[in-house]
Design a protein around this ligand. Structure first.
Ligand SMILES: CC(C)(COP(=O)(O)OP(=O)(O)OC[C@H]1O[C@@H](n2cnc3c(N)ncnc32)[C@H](O)[C@@H]1OP(=O)(O)O)[C@@H](O)C(=O)NCCC(=O)NCCS
Length: 183
């Protein structure tokens, strides 16, 4: 099977497919969160789409197979420019010393979300999506956070990301790696 990459859909069946993929990817442990689909629908509509530098991609299975779930969408990702005043950026900035803050956050693109349907993981879709998202970005770095108990950091390390710091985002919450890559 091969993959076709398309820009992140604004509406319609492919947007629903991307949301279904996201919900399916975060339903198993360590996230165990089957309700994430509705959260991301809300955040996309109310906040993320309007942010500077927003762009995203979906991957579709090719040839299209009626048995493929989620309208043929197997993976999705999106990001935007990291800017002061954004919750994630400000929480991470407070954790870093001045030099690290300057190095990683002064001109940063944020990889905000990435998910590949569990039936299609480990076939290279995630790497293709990250590479498409970062292609031609003018920022100096790409930054993201990922739970330390998820295996996603293996993929990011393979793509050239390093661990910037380890932190929690809520009191008593799960520990995350903040990772960064020079662009
Ligand atoms: C992380 C994720 C997007 C990777 O997509 P993918 O298409 O499987 O990625 P690739 O095939 O390009 O690369 C596979 C790598 O991802 C890692 N990985 C992360 N989560 C994984 C999972 N649930 N199953 C299998 N591999 C996973 C593997 O360790 C592998 O690394 P390696 O090749 O160095 O061993 C996907 O596994 C996923 O959607 N996971 C659940 C949601 C998530 O964790 N999102 C990221 C939050 S920051």
């Amino acid at each position: 099977m091969s993959w076709r990459i398309e820009p992140f859909p604004e509406e319609g069946a492919l947007l629903e497919g991307a949301i279904e993929v996201y919900a399916a990817a975060f339903a198993p442990p360590p996230y165990s969160d089957p309700d994430r689909g509705e959260e991301i629908r809300y955040r996309l509509r109310s906040l993320h789409r309007e942010r500077l530098g927003f762009r995203g991609f979906i991957s579709l299975s090719e040839p299209k197979d009626v048995s493929t779930p989620s309208h043929g969408v197997v993976g999705m990702t999106y990001g935007y420019c990291s800017q002061r005043g954004q919750w994630w950026r400000d929480v991470v900035a407070r954790k870093l010393d001045r030099q690290a803050r300057k190095q990683w956050l002064d001109s940063a693109y944020e990889l905000v979300e990435i998910a590949v349907h569990p039936s299609f993981q480990n076939q290279g879709v995630g790497a293709i999506l990250v590479n498409n998202l970062l292609e031609g970005r003018p920022e100096s770095t790409c930054v993201l956070s990922t739970r330390t108990d998820s295996r996603a950091h293996n993929l990011y390390a393979r793509l050239g990301f390093e661990i910037v710091t380890e932190m929690t985002f809520t009191p008593g919450g799960a520990p995350f790696y903040v990772m960064g890559k020079m662009l």
